[in-house]
Design a protein around this ligand. Sequence first.
Ligand code: CA
Length: 223
Amino acid sequence: MKVLVVEDEKEVAALIRKGLQEQGFCVEVSHHGTEALGLATSHQYDAVVLDIMLPGRDGLSILKTLRKQRNAVPVILLTARSEVEERVEGLDLGADDYVTKPFYVEELISRVQAVVRRASGNQLSLLQAGDFTVNLITHEAKRGDRAIRLTAREFGLLEYLMRSPGRVYTRTQIIEHVFGYDFDPNTNLVDVYIQRLRKKIMGSSDSDLIETVRGVGYRFLKP
Ligand code: CA
């Protein structure tokens, strides 16, 4: 899951980035409104965390432009306590949620998770494939009774594949969504992570849940 964080206060932006990354999100940060709008219109994100007061272009104007372009990406506004009118206007313009500053990063993260779940039409917090279950809230993965420990990146990769079982994702799509654009698409990073994830999920069982589609990419098998 990939999130664009638009916040000109660099320390706040860094905190949000760290919190989201720890939860397995792939995060891109922009400190400037004009740049942020450019990113949001040219790249695909699963959610945008959008501050209202920004240099260049303010958050409401960015939101308005995105919705005018029929871009339905879930947007969570960061608003100051005094910005009541802006908050109402933001919701009218199609923001999905808002958080009032100062806020706890954990609260923002759970809101991001909620809007992403809502947008994907998947309100369930539990993904399941046979005896393999993944809890999206607690990040617990289990095969039968066996608990599987995953790193944040591995979890992000698993969630990305598992949300659309049967759908094949190319290495480039996986890099963009799970690792971010600064990674060289020519590395074998995706293959390395897939092998690791596979091994962990399989354990002693011999049924593989992730299929390699030769020349294309990978998919999570439909249960
Ligand atoms: Ca600001």
